[in-house]
Design a protein around this ligand. Structure first.
Ligand code: NAP
Length: 203
């Protein structure tokens, strides 16, 4: 079993995230991609996000027609900060050690991976896919993952970059557009567009 694990805030989930999941399924021959919306990322203790219940629901609405995509509320249900190492261990405990994990997230987050909790264990638990926007300078990744120590070497082996043109779409831009009354209908799934309007999100 090869399982992709999509980590992110998803505030809101958009078409770029879905294209990323589908491309990872194809390029890395994954069997499934599990979305794991984060609750309290360790590095963002003071930033404000939309209610977890809304972010989770928007992911559910976006993936419901695709059997190769699923979602877990494990980080939302867990007490304390959302450390990726805890999430990966929990998935391995639930799915069995024989499941190969591929953690997928934005390249800018992966640049910091050596500062995350338990980096050596993290790199042993999963491979990492850094999704990049068009024109992203890939040398930034190589510079951030120096091979001068064992964690850096493991990181270089374990991280792959994947360019996703559709990631020109961003959640930040969608929130800004929604708050300014500018169009964003086709940047998200139909059901998410309706959900944002019905619940008055990002106004
Ligand atoms: P974020 O604020 O949601 O995203 C950061 C950047 O990456 C944004 O440009 C975002 O674009 C993009 N992105 C996020 N998720 C993506 C995905 N699955 N596919 C493609 N692009 C994506 O997320 P973050 O807070 O940096 O954290 C990302 C993940 O890393 C989370 O799962 C978080 O828990 C984990 N993390 C763990 C630790 C730790 O364990 N110590 C530390 C930092 C981060 P959009 O805004 O358009 O989504």
């Amino acid at each position: 079993m090869r399982l992709g694990v999509m980590g992110g805030t998803f505030d809101p989930i958009h078409i770029g995230h879905l294209v990323t999941a589908e491309e990872a399924l194809y390029q890395f021959e994954l069997d499934e991609v599990l979305f794991v919306p984060s609750a309290r990322p360790p590095h963002k203790t003071d930033s404000r996000q939309s209610d977890a219940r809304h972010r989770l629901r928007m992911v559910e609405l976006s993936i419901e027609a695709d059997p190769s995509l699923s979602v877990s509320a494990m980080e939302l249900e867990r007490e304390g900060l959302s450390y990726t190492i805890d999430t990966l261990r929990q998935i391995h405990a639930e799915r069995g050690k024989g499941t190969d994990l591929y953690f997928i997230t934005g390249a800018d987050a992966i640049l910091e991976i050596l500062t995350w909790k338990d980096p050596e264990e993290l790199l042993a638990e999963s491979r990492f896919i850094a999704a990049t926007r068009p024109g992203y300078p890939l040398e930034k990744l190589a510079e951030a993952l120096p091979d001068s120590n064992s964690a850096g070497e493991a990181a270089l082996r374990s991280v792959s970059a994947m360019e996703i043109p559709a990631l020109a779409i961003s959640s930040t831009d969608i929130r800004r557009r929604a708050s300014e009354g500018r169009p964003f209908r086709y940047l998200v799934c139909d059901a998410v567009w309706s959900y944002i309007r019905e619940n008055g999100l990002y106004r």
